[in-house]
Design a protein around this ligand. Sequence first.
Ligand SMILES: [Zn+2]
Length: 802
Amino acid sequence: MKKLNRLLFLVSGYLALTGCTGHPDADYPIRPVPFTSVRLTDNFWAPRIMKNAIVTIPIAFSYCESSGRVKNFEIAGGLDTGVFKTIYPFDDSDVFKIIEGASYSLQTNPDPKLDAYLDTLIWKIGLAQEDDGYLYTNRTIAEMHGGKGLHEWASRNRWELDSILSHELYNLGHLYEAAAAHYQATGKRSLLDIAIKSADLVCRDFGTDKVKVYPGHQVIEMGLVKLYRVTGEKKYLDLAKFFLDIRGPKGEAYNQAHLKVIDQTEAVGHSVRATYMYSGMADIAAIEKNEPYLNAITKIWEDIVGGKIYITGGIGATGGNEGFAGSFVLPNMSAYCETCASIGDIFFNHRLFLLHGDGKYMDVLEKTLYNSMLSGVSMSADRFFYPNPLESDGRHERQAWFGCACCPSNIARFVPAIPGYIYGVKAKELYINLYISNNADLLIGKKKVKVSQKADFPWDGKVEIIIDPESAGRFALKLRIPGWARNEAIPGNLYKFSDTNTETCKIMVNGEQIVVKPGNGYTVIERKWKKGDKIRLDIPMPVRKVIADERIKDDVSKMAIQRGPLVYCAEWPDNNNGKVLNLIFEKESDFASVFVPDLLNGTQVISSSGRQTKKMLGGGIEILDKEDVTLIPYAFWNNRGPGQMMVWLPLSPESAKPLPAPTIAFRSKVEASKMTKDLSAVNDQCEPANSNDHSVLYYHWWPDKDRWEFVQYNFEKPEIISGTKVYWFDDGPDGGCRIPDEWEILYLAGNIWKPLKVRSAYTITKDGWDSVEFEPVKASAVKIRIKLNKEYSAGIYEWIVE
Ligand SMILES: [Zn+2]
């Protein structure tokens, strides 16, 4: 499969296209100012972008090498021999995404070694590409072995299973995005030519009377639009639209193929696929002035902010589909909020801003950026969250890498591009969206304008902006007045501040106060700007209490704390004995904010007071004396080890998780046929609302089935027991657990396990307790034995012994 003539072919084929690098005329009405024109000088994002360059990108490449992702290209390209080295057929995409991030990074942090490494990597990718442009290492390698080793998600024919799971087009979408980035960053055509050769094949193979398979995992739509912008080739744009138009109506909601895209009004299914698709639709809507696309994505956005977004900006509530649940289904502990979905939602909201110039889209973007996205990466930049929950009992922890590595590779490519979200330009209007210290070179109308910002965001709302046009001239400066400074916690009615803040933003131009009248989220200052004009912006940043729509079950009788764009949380290291989930707060409590320079690299913390709650043996809840409570920015949690954390602060004992009472079960040493972290669930005294309640911790044996399992309580000293209760986990019809076929209780007397003389039959109930009373016995341990169904596993929420 060696392709000796490849390099020659690459340089000869597409020279005609050079020079066509600008935006074709029809595009978004607002042009983003590329991050290459914006140099950050702040203490918040600039160090994070630097760490992304010196920590995240190198380790991401080293995992790509050590996991075999790079080796796959070497084998497919004939540089080595062997079989496909990794787990998933979409593993090629990680390499492309990290090349994209590295290309961005090179623009702000020149690094000849990295540049050379990319050259070699791209050379290997070129060798792995088949002569006609096809690039998918799994198939190419399998064909070297007579088809053996072809992933079960792919079929013998190219493209055939893409709408299900082959991810051939998904890989290519990321290739095209990487190619556009690499070309723009380095001016080298090496990866661009590979992408063009691939895209030309896709153009030849797909079409109304050719292959008519829609992409199972969207992203190629955005990638093709980028390729169109770089090359000016309209066929790539047409292909992007083709891939959108052939979706639905008879496919799965999971990958948004249940309806034609123009008929979709609700955000459903896998949230990364969804946001990538909505972003692709926004691109087409902008370039082709496509009203049906615009209508669909507008309704979908309203559906998200109306019922499917967390206060952290995270989206995609459930893990089963890695995606959206119904409106108002937003559990905290089991919140999925995939890091990639946060990034996808930033892409989507940015595009909507570029279409409409409405600040509400930047409000969502900013919320996601500072909270749900940022939580995806540790301060050390080498540990990553896949899901980003809003509450933890200690079971969540960032990982160094994942078998499915979409999230870290997405972080690697997203972080260097952050400066590109600060500004936007439309004719003679300059939008300032984010307040981050930077120096930028802009073009407004035909005039070169230098803009600099000095700010200490997100800790302080004072901003100084200096405008330096090459010569004096009139244009409109549109300063974003964030929703949170206008008494709006986040767009939509899902979350509200509990009170109204009457302090308003103040703006001075050259020392003169101007009237702030935000329309569409911006206050407009139109005047003749001259060199050195100075704007001072003072956005009040008091601590605000947020309450959720009462239809969000998990947030009832709770409040969240927000200051500026940051959402806060209570985390274990800062609070009494490492426990926070049992705390309750008063709605009227004061929350004071102070900067602590030596905590978490310097952070604004919020202090208040709360009370611990404890369950009592005879029933009832004990409420302890007030104690100090410290809150930190949500995005910074889990940088000091795993432990308890919560964003939504309970206002009553009923909405808190009081410490368990010292029952027999709680004082026992727990053992089970399968020892996992989740075993602590069985005696934590948290009762679920039903057998499929993901807000309460459960213990399970999945994927095991059709056998006997057990859980055992070993008592401190022999105890007299006379009854037991158990609550089963059952996530049917979608999940793999059901109530078991049989169960029984044994007790340990001396060294012998004996059956109990039960006074009623064993029942097996879904959504409720199964109780059994028996003749009292003195036991040193008690065991519950469970017979799993032939087809399904089982699990337990709680097991009580009396
Ligand atoms: Zn991901």
